[in-house]
Design a protein around this ligand. Structure first.
Ligand code: NAI
Length: 480
């Protein structure tokens, strides 16, 4: 604690380095900066206490400072143990004025290389805003903050946290012990918190998927906005962001020449499309695996071979999972790979690659080459290189997506926070997407920076295709 400001970051001395990067990022984030300007006077987030769980990078720093500039009180953690940029975390704590003090300085609990226990401890620091006040908004990426609240409420209602079963994932055991401690201190902590929360805005495909499941089982405790499915999010960040940051991660981790290598991309959704292009751009011969005939056909039409993993596991050089599903690359696959094949995941959770199975394979040894790069050697002497221990490698081995694409995503986030906070009566316990005119507005805010000149519809043309001159230009069912 400094000046009454709580935080847990690697080193506050990194703040100046972080501030320089934030300053450069601001220039590359025109949507967020325009949103700051638009709402500076009206302060729509005044009274909002936002608990944010999203990769603590330089770009996220610009998002946090935008939320603060709009009047919000914010606490922040990262949504992955490896994704924090320590200099960004320090700069956000210290704030643009150079003193770690509210309101410009923000409590951040995040550092690169947390243990799972650290991670859930950090997530549990999100809720208490001091003076008896708790969070009233969540900004989530992957749903871990939302999960903690929902599980907390569930166990408080049951009166106890269950004992973990043997086949529960390690991480869930840590969630249970975090909640057990909480329940010992206050039997109604999460129940009271959930009653305060006006809503959650969710960043990514995997988190959104969990929200729809909560709606289906009638367990969702507050309204949610699916930011991922704004067109200006998933069709840009997931695709063009990964096109940039996948090769960045592989290069920083291994410095292996990608040109000429055979690379396998598992999954050809938005992330898969960007990832395949990323590697093809470097001259790799890219092979795609898919379960969905539409996406498989798209991949084929783009000129990629579409095979099963079993077909190619023995001769490909690079394997990347992008599915948001689990058990995509199993231990037995990894055992069959070529010597020094590279294995990584860019989907949200680490269970796309069966790391637990790999660790348990008889005779396997693990050697750290450098942080977040490990060589696993099998009993027969051949080895594979695993990036970020199976966690999303573009944030573990590099610095995630660049600012310009994140400006699109985070402008949607900011608008979504304003929607849920200022119009609580308009949203029920369901999942919503932002209206199309706001999606178009986000795109519009990014055109000038790229020198894009839009053609203007005439009144007659607008009437002919049945839209308003000012938009929205497409029906809801249009897929882009
Ligand atoms: P998506 O749903 O568009 O694509 C996933 C694709 O994987 C689908 O086409 C699906 O048919 C396919 N798939 C599912 N099971 C498969 C299997 N067993 N084998 C082969 N293909 C399979 O989802 P999106 O938006 O591409 O996101 C994918 C993951 O990436 C999610 O976990 C998401 O949260 C995450 N994500 C990560 C980012 C990053 O910066 N690392 C950025 C954005 C999203």
């Amino acid at each position: 604690k400094v000046n009454g400001l709580e935080f847990a970051v690697k080193d506050l001395a990194l703040a100046e380095a972080g501030r320089h990067q934030i300053r450069l990022a601001e220039h590359e984030m025109p949507g967020l900066m325009a949103t700051r300007k638009e709402y500076a006077g009206s302060q729509p987030l005044k009274g909002a206490r936002i608990a944010g769980s999203l990769h603590m990078t330089v770009q996220t720093a610009v998002l946090i400072e935008t939320l603060v500039a709009l009047g919000a009180d914010v606490r922040w953690v990262s949504c992955n143990i490896f994704s924090t940029q320590d200099e960004a975390a320090a700069a956000v704590v210290v704030g643009p004025n150079g003193t770690p003090e509210k309101p410009a300085g923000v409590p951040v609990f995040a550092w690169k290389g947390e243990t799972l226990e650290d991670y859930w401890w950090c997530t549990d620091q999100l809720w208490d805003f001091g003076d008896g006040k708790v969070a009233n908004m969540i900004l989530d990426d992957g749903g871990d903050a939302t999960l903690l609240v929902h599980k907390g409420v569930e166990f408080e209602a049951a009166g106890a946290v269950p004992q973990p079963s043997a086949d529960d994932p390690e991480e869930f055991k840590v969630v249970l012990s975090t909640l057990r401690k909480s329940l010992e201190n206050d039997k109604q902590r999460f129940t009271k918190l959930a009653a305060e929360i006006k809503g959650v805005t969710e960043e990514t495909t995997t988190g959104v998927h969990k929200l729809y499941e909560l709606v289906k089982s009638e367990e969702l405790l507050f309204p949610a906005i699916n930011v991922n499915d704004s067109v200006t999010k998933s069709k840009f960040d997931n695709k063009y962001g990964c096109r940039h940051s996948l090769v960045d991660g592989i290069n920083r981790a291994t410095d292996v020449l990608i040109g000429g290598k055979v690379a396998v991309i598992c999954g050809f959704g938005d992330v898969g499309k960007g990832s395949a292009e990323s590697l093809r751009g470097q001259g790799a011969r890219v092979i795609v695996t898919e379960i969905d005939p539409i996406c498989a056909l798209q991949a084929a039409m783009e000129g990629y071979e579409v095979k099963t993993l079993e077909d190619v596991v023995e001769y490909a050089d690079i394997f990347i999972t992008t599915t948001g599903n689990y058990d995509i690359i199993k231990a037995e696959h990894m055992a069959k790979m070529k010597h020094q094949a590279i294995v990584g995941n860019i989907g949200h959770f680490d269970n796309e690659i069966d790391m637990a199975g790999l660790e348990k394979t008889p005779g396997v040894t693990k050697q750290e080459i450098k942080p977040q790069v490990h060589e696993y050697t099998f009993a027969d002497g051949h080895s594979i290189i695993v990036l970020s221990e199976g966690r999303l490698l573009n944030l573990g081995n590099a610095t995630g997506h660049p600012s310009f694409v994140m400006s699109n995503s985070f402008t949607n986030q900011t608008i979504a926070q304003i929607e849920l906070f200022t119009k609580p009566g308009e949203y029920g316990k369901d999942v919503y997407v932002l209206p199309k005119h706001l999606d178009e507005k986000v795109a519009r805010l990014h055109l000038d920076a790229l020198g894009v000149k839009l053609t203007k519809l005439t009144k007659e043309q607008a009437a002919y295709i049945g839209v308003d001159v000012e938009g929205p230009y497409k029906p809801e069912h249009y897929r882009y």
